[in-house]
Design a protein. Structure first.
Length: 320
């Protein structure tokens, strides 16, 4: 196997995977938009961190009712999929202090109103927070808050520590979401692979053996790379641009000569021996697994291979 052929084959196969990965991502994001998996995962993660069954108040629920957090709701019943760390720390301290103040209210019979005792009124937010935490049992939430209180000498320092903890916690939650997304992308990828009849084994074999198909798909890959190089950061605007490129080039992929899609000819292998059927099923599964790695992963490899191919072409011309 010649090295240029191997590189071009790899480049073309990754182009096919990238096109399908972006299609799968678009479909998965559409599903996520309506199932709101990201916002539900965030809500469950905050519940896990803040809920303590030994307390009367559910501080996770109170945090979501905080006025600033409420502004993040897309609709009244649609919780946010992201809460800024600074907003989280401010809101958490606020709800703990507010709940403490509520418990300290006394009824003034003369005025006919509830009011805070003078000693509580004189306290600043840091002191009220400390008094609130002092009343908590040594359950999970109480211990959680004491960690920040005992290691801080000012309100700003405590807020900073809570913010830093939340950022680290969100990194873990991001890992949970990534694993969940990969599982979802695998399912979507498998549906795409079967629905479009694109198995990785047949695709690789065809591209390697047919130089014309290989060159056609390589051209598509170069076009995607040129148009979508800014999409490596996968911002919302760049993703939309790249998807347009993929939609336009999927038709080119169909016209490249690659044996994809369903037809009478495509059904013929299923009438052959069991080994052939197993190979197709394995090819679909491998394609689904490749898709589950995500478009950014394959886009990064595609861009690196562009550089390798360019270097190879320059060396080839210099040798000539």
């Amino acid at each position: 196997m010649h090295l240029p052929t191997l590189i071009d084959t790899t480049f073309s196969v990754i182009t096919v995977i990238l096109v399908l990965s972006l299609m799968a991502s678009a479909i998965y994001e559409f599903i996520e938009k309506y199932t709101r998996q990201r916002s539900e995962l965030l809500y469950k993660a905050i519940q896990k961190a803040l809920y303590d069954p030994s307390l009367k108040a559910n501080y996770a629920e109170l945090l979501y009712r905080h006025p600033v957090v409420k502004t993040l709701f897309e609709k009244t019943d649609q919780r946010p999929s992201y809460i800024d760390p600074a907003i989280f720390s401010e809101a958490l301290v606020d709800v703990v202090v507010q709940e403490y103040e509520t418990e300290q209210l006394t009824y003034n019979r003369e005025e006919g109103v509830y009011e805070l005792p003078d000693d509580v009124m004189k306290m600043d937010k840091r002191e009220k927070f400390s008094q609130a935490v002092a009343q908590f049992s040594y359950g999970e939430f109480g211990t959680f808050l004491r960690t920040f209180q005992d290691s801080s000498t000012s309100l700003d320092q405590m807020l900073s520590k809570i913010t830093n903890w939340y950022e680290r916690y969100m990194d873990r939650v991001g890992g949970w979401y990534k694993r969940k997304s990969q599982n979802g992308l695998f399912i979507v990828g498998l549906v795409l692979a079967i629905g479009l009849n694109i198995d990785l084994i047949t695709v690789t074999d065809t591209i390697y053996k047919n130089s014309e198909i290989r060159e056609n798909i390589a051209t598509i890959g170069e076009g995607i790379n040129d148009a979508g190089i800014a999409a490596l950061n996968m911002s919302e605007s760049s993703k939309k641009e790249l998807r347009k490129v993929v939609e336009n080039n999927y038709k080119n992929l169909q016209n490249s000569g690659l044996p994809i899609g369903w037809s009478a000819e495509a059904l013929q292998p299923f009438q052959e021996d069991f080994q052939t059927v197993v190979k197709i099923l394995l090819g679909w599964s491998l394609m689904a697994f490749a898709i589950s790695r995500g478009a950014p992963f394959w886009f990064g490899i595609l861009s690196k291979l562009i550089n390798i191919r360019s270097t190879g072409s320059k060396n080839s011309r210099s040798n000539d």
